[in-house]
Design a protein around this ligand. Structure first.
Ligand code: ATP
Length: 322
């Protein structure tokens, strides 16, 4: 009986420890709790916002945006909260690592904008600010002319699709992977988007079609195919704006061509912002924004930038052998 009692005490202690950790998680601030909206857009419904996006020429705009990551964890847990003061000079930001220094550019509606630049230049940070994972320290990000801090994250993200780098494939069927964000999508729609990104072949080679298991225990997909699956998933949701952090996976010639075709499919009729790790995928973009050390050092088409921007010319020389 004594042994049983000691066993019970140990179990209770372990359970109390776990309970404490669960409580810590419950008490973590949620994004919406931090959502200090500085300019609530009274009366702008998601439908009206979508309508604005369909007519405003500048879909997305960065206006003199400065940003610094918090260097300690407690600041990190509350990313959007401290930075709502538009007039807070960057110099006053202590314990922070400045990453963007006065970034300005506009992504025109329905066009393809590529972000290029060396590693650490700030490309992913720009996408993180568009998604409002963080807010700028200084400056404004606008969606259809509206300061995005005036939109709830839910409203904002309903307009923006995000295909991350090396997107994970969940263990499940192709269908389940596709319908994560759009559970009502029909099989026909699923097949259409798969074919649009050149994954029709995965359907054909598998007798179970959309019911084919993928991931660890199913059809293995290459890095490029995984990202095309993520692009297909984003296509199903049909957002007016799509952010794409191009996969860094090395692609052979055929796969690279398929990726370019997938990006073309996804660009059709929407504003696309692509972080490009390979210039070959973006040379025909409507606009390329060149970043270096958190600053925009050039904006233009491929042929304009080769003439005007030494850093771009250098990147092109290495990657495209011009
Ligand atoms: P890459 O091409 O390597 O992905 P990038 O141009 O996307 O680079 P970012 O990822 O935006 O660059 O990083 C810009 C700078 O910000 C880098 O110095 C990076 O170390 C820093 N950084 C990025 N994320 C964080 C974070 N969560 N906390 C602190 N610093 C960060």
């Amino acid at each position: 009986p004594l042994g049983t009692a000691f066993g019970a005490i140990t179990s209770v202690n372990a359970a109390l420890g776990a309970l404490g950790r669960i409580q810590e998680i419950i008490e973590l601030p949620t994004e919406s709790a931090n959502d200090r909206e500085i300019a609530p857009l009274a009366g702008v419904s998601p439908d009206e916002l979508r309508a604005l996006l369909a007519t405003d020429d500048s879909a997305l705009e960065f206006d003199d945006v400065h940003f610094a990551y918090a260097l300690n964890d407690s600041d990190e847990a509350d990313p959007a909260n401290e930075s709502v003061d538009e007039h807070q000079p960057e110099g006053n930001v202590t314990d922070r690592q400045p990453v963007l220094h006065g970034v300005s550019f506009a992504a025109p509606r329905g066009k393809r904008t590529a972000l290029v630049g060396p590693s650490g230049a700030g490309k992913s940070t720009i996408l993180a600010l568009i998604e409002r994972f963080y807010d700028p320290s200084v400056g404004v990000v606008r969606l259809a002319g509206l300061d995005i801090r005036g939109l709830s994250r839910t409203e904002l993200r309903a307009q923006i699709g995000y295909v991350e780098q090396d997107a994970p494939v969940l263990a499940g069927t192709l269908r389940e992977n596709l319908k994560l964000a759009t559970p009502d999508a029909s099989d026909e729609e699923c097949e259409r988007v798969l074919r649009a990104v050149n994954l029709g072949e995965v359907l054909e080679r598998n007798p179970l079609g959309l019911g084919a298991p993928v991931g660890e225990d199913g059809v293995m997909l290459s890095g490029g195919e995984r990202q095309r699956l993520a692009i297909a998933r984003a296509l199903l949701a049909a957002p007016p704006i799509l952010l794409l952090d191009e996969s860094t996976s090395s692609l052979d010639g055929v796969n690279e061509q398929m990726m370019r075709a997938a990006i073309d499919a996804v660009a059709e009729g929407r504003t696309l912002i692509v972080i490009a790790h390979r210039l070959s995928t973006v040379v025909d973009s409507d606009q390329i924004v060149v970043l270096d050390h958190g600053e925009v050092v050039g904006v233009g088409t491929h042929s304009e930038l080769v003439q005007s921007t030494p850093l771009y010319k250098e990147l092109a020389k290495h990657q495209l052998l011009v």
